[in-house]
Design a protein around this ligand. Sequence first.
Ligand SMILES: NC(=O)c1ccc[n+]([C@@H]2O[C@H](COP(=O)([O-])OP(=O)(O)OC[C@H]3O[C@@H](n4cnc5c(N)ncnc54)[C@H](OP(=O)(O)O)[C@@H]3O)[C@@H](O)[C@H]2O)c1
Length: 260
Amino acid sequence: MSDMKKAQELFDLTGKVALVTGASSGLGRRFGQVLAAHGAKVVLAARSVDKLEQLKGEIEAAGGEAIAVALDVADRSQIAGVFDAAEKAFGTVSVLINNAGVASQQPFLEISEEDWRGVHDVNYEGVRAMAQEGARRMADAGSGGSIVNVASILGLRVAKTLSSYAVTKAAVIQLTKAMAIELARYNIRVNAIAPGYVLTEMNREFFESDDAQPWINAIPQRRIAEPEELDGLILLLASDASSFMTGSVSVIDGGHSLGV
Ligand SMILES: NC(=O)c1ccc[n+]([C@@H]2O[C@H](COP(=O)([O-])OP(=O)(O)OC[C@H]3O[C@@H](n4cnc5c(N)ncnc54)[C@H](OP(=O)(O)O)[C@@H]3O)[C@@H](O)[C@H]2O)c1
């Protein structure tokens, strides 16, 4: 029994440097808090630096360590600088949570070239560029690491008026698998999560309206999630508790993608 780790030790992130994109609200904000609370030094990245600074203050007040770094994932020229800032403050990033994302709801026939590219540049190219830079640095440092790409159940199925979003999330899932197979030799694990509906700024207005009821009725658990319901999954994938997991896609959706 001496090799049996208790949960606190199993999911401990002490010594890890975690970079979370889209940490200014919703899931990313929660991921930053959870990773810091379990010992990681956290790099909070997004465009809204004021919100990141506030979160950094909350994490520090709770005894954690964090820095706030401005980042637009659609601007390739900013990406190396974020990793440089992380390394200067804490060392090589060993946990990368590619969470930043946007949704655009429009009929396929009406999506402009600009709108399509806007979603693609953040949700897919942003993830790809961050993951490539992060993985190169992990490989160079010989540190290994864990990359978690935030996809969606819409990367596995489709829904009307969400084609651009669904296509980018499917690409993120395929990217995850392609990276996993090449990066295992560097001890870099790459996994995706595919959430169903989680109440965040992205969808709060809709889910707090009466229009949402038919959507909620289509979920076997008859409700949407709160961000904290992803705590266990993000800790599993970020920590060494998932040391033999790579290329996986974890669905967390209250049974939504099973159908009704
Ligand atoms: N909520 C759900 O039901 C749900 C379900 C499945 C998957 N997801 C995925 O979960 C992730 C987080 O979504 P959320 O629900 O937490 O939404 P949210 O509350 O709207 O948060 C989105 C985050 O992404 C950041 N972001 C957007 N564009 C960015 C850019 N160009 N560069 C850097 N950061 C950018 C935003 O920060 P700034 O505006 O400050 O840059 C914000 O922090 C997304 O990838 C989303 O697709 C969400």
